[in-house]
Structures are given as C-alpha cells and as structure tokens.
Write a protein of this length. Structure first.
Length: 370
C-alpha cells in the first residue's frame, strides 16, 4: 500500500503470509456460503434506504408547507438529520462499493444521497477510502487527524494552550465539521490545496462542472427553494439559513460523536520511520487503531441498526467492501479469531467509549513533557 504521490511512500509489512488474514477470509467466505448470500446489500437494506428517503421527503414537504416558524424549523432540522441517517445507512456503503454489485449504481446512489448533505462525493470518497481507511491514525497520512488549531489528535502534533480545553469544546468542533467540509474543505480539495485532488478522476473543466453543479444543486434544494416558498408564509430567509446551519450542526455532531471516538479510545498512533515503513501489517494496524462499540443495555441494540453498522467500526475497517448488514456476524468471527493470533479485539459500550474519548482529549491537551 502506497500513500499519495505528494507524500513520501508508506508501506506496511506485507500481509500475504498472515495466518489471521487467511483464516479470517476463509471464515467470512464460509459464512456467506452457509447463508447463501453475497456481500452486498439485500432487499431489507434497500427497503430501509427507501423508508428513510420517504421520511426525509415528507419532512421536507412539511417544512415547505409550515405556517409557523417553529413548525418550519422543527420539520426542516428533522429532515436534515434524517438525510444524514440515510447517508450513514446507504451513502457510506455505496462509497465502499457495498450497496450494489454494479459500480455505476453505487456512484449514482452516493451522488443523489449526498445532495441534501452537501459534501462532494468524489473528494469525500477519496479522503475516506484511500486515506483514512488505508492509513488510520498515521501522522501525515490519515487526513481525518490532520493538525488544526482546534483539536490535537495525535502525540506527534504541536501543542498550543487552547488544547487544554479541547475535551470541553470538542462537541462544537464536531458540530461544525460538516459545514466546514461543505464550504471550505471541499473547495480546498477542488483548488488542489490538499493531497486529495491528485487522486480525483474528475480533472479540468469536467471536474469543475461536476463540482459546481452539485454545490449549486445543494443550495437550490436546501436554501433557495425553501426561501422562495416559505417567504409567502411570513418566514424570512434568515430563519431558513439558521435552520440549515442548525440541522447541519446537529447531524454533524451526532455522527462525529458516535464514530470519531472509535479512533481515539485507547488506541495507538503511528509516525512512519525514515524508511517509510511501519513495523506491522495492515490487519494488525486495524486492531491497534480502532475498536467496536455496541449500545448497552441490549434493549438499545436497535440503535446500531440505524447507525448503518458504523458502531462496529473495527469490523467495518476489516471488511470495508461488505455491506453493514453483515457486520454483527463478522464481528463475532473476528472476536473468536483475534485471540488465537495474538490480537486484542475490543467491543465496548458507548459510555466506556465516551469516557476513553474524554480521557484521550485531556491527555492530548496537556503540554508534552520536556
């Protein structure tokens, strides 16, 4: 595995001879064969996506027809949050080619579902699949942990005094992550200011046309049309803009709070050596850098269903091209095999995840020892 051409080459130890990798693949294939199924979504996942789409449309229509400011804001924000849940359950799998067998259908799905969310799917897929999944928690390669003025996420990053309080203010940073990506991060990618742009297949005027077209489509759907319609109900443009920002912040905060901690909670961070290598294979790396979490008590297990399986995050990283409907069964296989091969599989509750996350942010917020 090699990093971006704009970064020094990075290599894991080859996993070809890994006994864990071999046995894991054999057990996963046996599971599919026993269930007479495939790794992609089935009708139940498609039905869930249709149901979430229908709910989002109903909420959107209710927002446009609302006669009061409260009714509009409540329906509109609920619509934005539902669109994010839809993205977690379908767009994410589509980006990993795990919804449909045919690639064009996956790409079409991600484009359509991303429209109300606002992110550019070409750049997000590159950032998520090629950088984060390949180089999770590797300094300089995992773009999700890039140095920034607000969060210190690895022990290799420069410390500043404001980081002392990051364990307190991080929910606000999480809430602003989606608006930041939509209105700043995507544009940095488009202008070639990040390693992402070089990997895009949409270069030149075609890339700009696709990018601007989808951004304008997003603005038309979530801002221009609502402003035009609800002004007849006495609801001003500032209310629509405020509801848009509120919806994006709530959706973003929920997503980041439930997912990002899986790469913070009692995990390791790495900085490549001078020779550009890491002292372990990619499968071992996944166990070192993430974990699974499950809602507790068991009565809340339904929550994982609506999270698109992303709470089983270690499982997702090991099987990114498998639809999330398989994650519970795959997690059981991983939990059984890992100890046999000297690997530590962690499945924790959300309260433990949150506590570990807070402990990590506090630790990263302290000045490094001299």
């Amino acid at each position: 595995m090699t990093a971006s051409s704009q970064l020094p080459p990075l290599r894991f130890r080859p996993a070809r001879d890994s006994a864990f990798r071999r046995e894991l693949r054999e057990r996963a294939d046996a599971y599919l064969a026993a269930a007479s199924t495939h790794r992609f979504a089935d009708w139940r996942i498609h039905l869930k996506a249709v149901a979430l789409t229908g709910l989002a449309v109903v909420l959107y229509v209710l927002a446009l027809r609302a006669g009061t400011t409260f009714g509009f804001v409540a329906s509109y924000v609920a619509c934005v949050v539902t669109a994010m849940v839809l993205a977690m359950n379908s767009l994410h799998d589509g980006a990993h080619s795990a919804m449909f067998r045919r690639g064009p259908l996956n790409r079409l799905l991600t484009r359509l579902v991303s429209l109300p969310v606002g992110v550019d799917m070409d750049f997000w897929t590159i950032r998520h699949v090629q950088f984060h999944h390949t180089y999770a928690n590797v300094e300089g390669y995992d773009l999700d942990t890039e140095p920034n003025p607000f969060l210190r996420q690895t022990p290799y990053q420069r410390w500043s005094p404001q980081y002392r309080y990051q364990y307190l203010y991080w929910p606000m940073i999480a809430a602003l992550s989606l608006p930041y990506l939509n209105w700043y991060g995507d544009w940095l990618d488009r202008f070639g200011k990040t390693p992402v742009a070089a990997h895009s297949q949409l270069q030149g005027w075609r890339g700009w046309a696709m990018f601007l077209g989808w951004k304008l489509g997003h603005v038309a759907l979530v801002l221009a049309l609502p402003i035009w319609v609800v002004q007849g109900h006495g609801i001003g443009w500032a209310t629509v803009l405020g509801a848009y920002l509120l919806g994006q912040m709530i959706a973003s905060c929920v997503l980041v709070a439930l997912i990002l901690g899986t790469h913070w909670a009692e995990v390791d961070f790495f900085q490549p050596g001078e020779d550009g290598t890491l002292p372990h294979d990619w499968y071992q790396h996944t166990f070192y850098t993430t974990c699974d979490w499950t809602p507790k008590p068991r009565a809340l297990r339904w929550l994982g269903y609506w999270l698109g399986g992303l709470n089983l995050h270690l499982t997702h990283h090991l099987f990114p091209t498998w639809n999330h409907r398989h994650y519970p069964a795959l997690a059981r296989i991983i939990a059984e095999l890992a100890p046999r091969h000297g690997l530590t599989y962690r499945e924790i509750g959300y309260l433990q995840l949150h506590a570990s996350q807070q402990q990590f942010l506090k630790a990263m917020g302290q000045p490094p020892a001299l």
